[in-house]
Design a binder for this molecule. Structure first.
Ligand SMILES: [Zn+2]
Length: 112
């Protein structure tokens, strides 16, 4: 009898149901087994954190890029309106003017 994988002759004393030499048998078991995890949970968490930071940076860059194109990101515009609102600035002339200006931008961006 010969090994079905490498063709080596099997030892004479082996039972008939043995179809592989010892080396190929071990190799086939290794292939069937679950591979050991290449990353620990801690390493995965660290990668997740790093990717989260990169995502946040990318989002900020996107907001900046839109602003440079003359389009203020709607989320940023909302924040600016809420910060400038006259209610929070003792109804000052400046806050009224800035809020009116921002609301106009808001309406323009809403209309496309
Ligand atoms: Zn073999």
């Amino acid at each position: 009898m010969w090994c079905v994988d490498c063709g080596d002759e099997l030892p004479a004393g082996d039972p008939y149901w043995k179809r592989r030499c010892l080396d190929c048998f071990k190799a086939s078991k290794r292939l069937q087994g679950i591979p050991p995890p290449s990353l620990t949970l801690q390493e995965l968490m660290a990668r997740y954190d790093a990717l989260s930071v990169r995502l946040r940076e990318t989002e900020e860059q996107l907001v900046l890029a839109r602003t440079e194109m003359g389009v203020i990101d709607p989320t940023m515009l909302k924040l600016m309106i809420s910060l400038c609102h006259p209610d929070k600035h003792n109804n000052s002339l400046q806050s009224n003017e800035v809020t009116r200006f921002l609301l106009r931008l808001w309406k323009e961006s809403a209309n496309g």
